[in-house]
Design a protein around this ligand. Structure first.
Ligand code: GSH
Length: 217
């Protein structure tokens, strides 16, 4: 059964892959599963029909037969658990890869999202100028720790996994800030992930929504 995911009809990032449907597209491409995309407008996301799939009125969602999921982490985990390619077979290595998924979402991503909120949603507030350096330091703290753990390895724990997928997508949001550039091994890690054919296919597909051009054109 071909799953259907939802994505922005008009992505605020102009197709740069920052919207979280990118995680789901990338995971589906990594495991070689075809999928359909239903595009939703900002107003449609808040309508009851979409809220029945996503209580918070957001994207992405994932429908597969009578199963409907929301939360990009849960969707990627579901895909990874049911298709080979994103989680190791060994039970302990699998648990460690899942741990990295949670680390990406719960430990590394929150200060990165704080930076985005401070810049774009609260940029005109009087406290923003004082707050930004604090947020940036919190990000640097996490990046420093992550950089030490990654060291010279290609991926966080052995082969590429759903943990790397989630981590790389969280880190990509930092590119415009220049903060990632302070950690050359993390920059190389993100570039390595972006060079994966599955990433490229997913990126092209979500960009095509913005440009209106099919990836193969
Ligand atoms: N924790 C959720 C976050 C979902 C989320 O923030 N989605 C954004 C797009 S990346 C969205 O729909 N924003 C529009 C809105 O919240 O109204 C996940 O990982 O799926």
């Amino acid at each position: 059964m071909i799953p259907t995911i939802t994505a922005f009809e008009s992505s605020p990032d102009r197709g740069q892959g920052l919207a979280r449907d990118m995680r789901v597209r990338w995971a589906l491409e990594e495991v070689g599963l075809p999928y359909q995309v239903r595009l939703v407008s900002f107003s449609a996301m808040k309508e009851p029909a979409h809220r029945a799939l996503h209580p918070f009125g957001q994207i992405p969602t994932y429908e597969e037969g009578d199963l409907a999921l929301f939360e990009s982490g849960a969707i990627v985990l579901h895909i990874a658990q049911h298709h080979a390619g994103l989680l190791p077979d060994d039970t302990k290595a699998r648990a460690r890869a899942i741990t990295w998924m949670f680390a990406a979402l719960n430990t590394v991503e929150p200060p990165i999202l704080d930076l985005q909120t401070a810049k774009f949603a609260e940029g005109d507030k009087p406290w923003t100028a004082e707050r930004l350096p604090l947020i940036k330091d919190r990000i640097r703290h996490r990046l420093g720790e992550l950089s030490i753990r990654l060291g010279n390895a290609d991926w966080l724990d052995g082969a590429f996994s759903a943990g790397d997928l989630m981590m790389v997508h969280a880190l990509q949001r930092l590119k415009p800030s220049g903060l990632l550039d302070e950690y050359p091994n993390l920059t190389a890690y993100v570039a390595r992930a972006e060079a994966r054919p599955a990433f490229q296919r997913a990126f092209a597909a979500q960009l095509a929504v913005f440009t209106g051009r099919h990836p193969a054109d």
